[in-house]
Design a protein around this ligand. Structure first.
Ligand SMILES: Nc1ncnc2c1ncn2[C@@H]1O[C@H](COP(=O)(O)OP(=O)(O)OP(=O)(O)O)[C@@H](O)[C@H]1O
Ligand SMILES: O=c1[nH]cc([C@@H]2O[C@H](CO)[C@@H](O)[C@H]2O)c(=O)[nH]1
Length: 369
């Protein structure tokens, strides 16, 4: 469906949700003129997407990922690190950024994905966008700026592959102002699910959450890090699915005191009470807690032969969303998320380079009963 403009796609998606929607209803939902809707419908008929009144369509699921686009550099120390001197390392580079990683995982799984972010006017930004486009993602809404370079993240890992220090140079994301949402709105309104990460400025997140009221897409959010989790409002109403790790969950709940820390299950329940409809709180190799309308559960991780844990959380999100898009309840979907996370830890890249539906299916036997 890539010969459709963003507004045409949005009209098409609204018709798919309600085949008998009036032109005025569609115009109101998208904030455009009724005559524009009429023109789009004519084009959609011409292009063979709809069949006149009672417009019958093939079902399609579309996911939009908005947030970080980053170059990751990982340095594996060959011996115990010694501070204030030079240490020999094995270096490895890959594309990263939470939203970009989620988008790459999903497009490798065959999902119709659109990626929205901001990159610098530099070779890193251009090759990052080209890489996702070559995999089949829609990157038409990525912004390029001359004001800042493409974001970078450096991770220094000890000989056991545990993170010692992460450094994030990401000021570029502060430029992603709420005004961009107006530009992207027709594109967003047409999605089945929108995923955002907390690399976005607080004002942009707030604007999206308030504008989302009444829109038909569902919203999934990842907190990214403890400091960035503070960019979410206290009232989480409007978030359909929240992904966060144990530290970030406690940070969001304002719990700094180590003795008062909530357990993952309690934290997931507290975040649901704060307004998020469903919540997944991850805890690395120790698994994850899930809070939904039907209750609370703690689930085991899938045992891993980890070489680099960078991107595990993002793969957890992508694997879960992959199954949610095909109709699975979150609790079941998250088990596939945990498998994809484990597969990702077994590769040096932030997204497993061999990922495909077949690769994921071949690993299903590893999910604990
Ligand atoms: N060493 C591991 N062994 C097995 N599973 C793991 C391991 N590390 C992570 N996972 C899986 O990945 C999920 C997410 O991991 P984690 O809690 O570390 O997320 P995160 O902090 O968001 O990660 P990151 O920021 O590195 O992407 C866990 O719930 C678990 O299922
Ligand atoms: O502040 C941030 N730190 C790290 C990341 C990304 O997290 C990924 C791992 O989960 C990694 O690819 C890094 O770029 C980000 O997007 N924002």
């Amino acid at each position: 469906m890539d010969d459709l403009g963003a507004q045409e796609q949005a009209v098409l998606d609204l018709i798919a949700a309600n085949p008998f929607a009036g032109q005025q209803d569609i115009a109101t939902a998208l904030g455009i003129a009724r005559s524009t809707v009429a023109a789009h419908i004519m084009q959609l008929v011409n292009k063979g997407y709809i069949l006149g009144r009672g417009y019958v369509l093939p079902a399609s699921k579309r996911m939009i990922c908005i947030g970080g686009a980053v170059l990751d550099r990982k340095y594996h120390a060959k011996k115990d690190l010694i501070f204030e001197t030079s240490n020999p390392v094995d270096g490895y580079r890959s594309f990263g950024g939470v939203a970009r990683n989620v988008a790459e995982n999903l497009v490798r799984l065959g999902v119709d994905v659109s990626f929205v972010s901001i990159v610098g006017d530099d070779e890193t930004g251009r090759s990052l966008v080209r890489h996702l486009r070559d995999l089949g993602a829609d990157v038409s809404q990525v912004i390029t700026t001359t004001e800042r370079p493409t974001a970078e993240y450096a991770a220094i890992l000890d000989p056991n592959n545990d993170l010692v220090l992460g450094i994030a140079d990401m000021e570029i994301f502060d430029l992603f102002s709420p005004s961009y949402l107006d530009r992207f709105w027709p594109h967003l309104a047409s999605a089945t699910w929108v995923f955002i990460d907390c690399n976005l400025p607080a004002a942009t997140i707030e604007a999206l959450m308030s504008r989302k009221q009444g829109a038909r897409f569902k919203l999934a959010v990842d907190t990214v890090s403890s400091p960035k989790s503070a960019r979410l409002p206290k009232d989480l109403t409007g978030i359909d699915l929240l992904f966060t790790n144990h530290d970030e969950a406690n940070a969001m709940l304002g719990i700094a005191d180590a003795d008062k820390r909530l357990k993952p299950k309690e934290a997931a329940a507290a975040l649901r009470a704060a307004g998020a409809a469903e919540v997944i709180v991850t805890m690395g190799a120790h698994g994850f807690a899930v809070a939904t309308e039907s209750g609370l559960a703690t689930m085991r991780s899938v045992p891993a032969r980890a070489v680099d844990i960078t991107g595990a959380g993002d793969a957890m999100i992508a694997g879960t969303m992959y199954k949610v898009l095909s109709g699975d309840p979150v609790l079941d979907a998250a088990r596939t998320g945990a498998l994809l996370a484990t597969l990702t830890t077994e590769s040096e890249s932030s997204v497993h380079p061999d990922l495909s539906p077949r690769f994921l299916t071949a690993g299903m036997y590893r999910i604990p009963a």
